[in-house]
Design a protein around this ligand. Sequence first.
Ligand SMILES: CC(C)(COP(=O)(O)OP(=O)(O)OC[C@H]1O[C@@H](n2cnc3c(N)ncnc32)[C@H](O)[C@@H]1OP(=O)(O)O)[C@@H](O)C(=O)NCCC(=O)NCCS
Length: 169
Amino acid sequence: MIERERPRWSVRPMTLGDVDAVAAIERETFAMPWSYASFVRELTQNASTARYLVLDLDGEAVGYAGMWLVVDEGHVTNIAVRSDLRGMGGGKELMRALIGEAAANGLAYMALEVRRSNAAARGLYQKMGFVDAGVRKRYYEDNREDAMIMAREDLPKALGGGGIDAATM
Ligand SMILES: CC(C)(COP(=O)(O)OP(=O)(O)OC[C@H]1O[C@@H](n2cnc3c(N)ncnc32)[C@H](O)[C@@H]1OP(=O)(O)O)[C@@H](O)C(=O)NCCC(=O)NCCS
């Protein structure tokens, strides 16, 4: 895939001030979107288990990714980039940061579910070192599509001081 010139964005933790923009991307993207209230709940009541990051472009959240820390698994809950900014490396930036977060938390592996037909997301996960690990038949309620389970076991080692060796991501 050819990337256009990369926007000057960065990845940072999601705050309550991002939720309007995040929920708007969620609504434009998913058949069964999470509500505004779900994101608020994740950031306030589930903060010890959940980690949410945003792709920040000039102070605005133009993408986001989340993960639950479940024992030694980092379970990716969602990832999306605003539709007009896809294909420019933002998904990779978010996944790289999420993998770093998982490593910094000492997790053993990461896993996620993705629709069988979602070539863009499956391509992104493969690029980030995830492999097919199973199928959940008729997992999605809206169209009964199968979910592919994908996982990455070899998380990079967190360096002293919480830094991550970017070369191993
Ligand atoms: C999946 C998603 C987050 C990827 O974000 P993105 O910013 O467009 O992705 P990137 O530009 O970083 O591309 C990363 C890799 O993903 C793959 N990819 C991205 N778009 C693709 C497409 N349309 N078709 C096939 N592969 C694609 C490629 O492997 C790409 O690597 P490359 O550019 O080196 O070839 C984005 O497409 C999106 O928001 N989709 C809708 C939400 C969604 O489906 N989320 C996943 C739910 S499980």
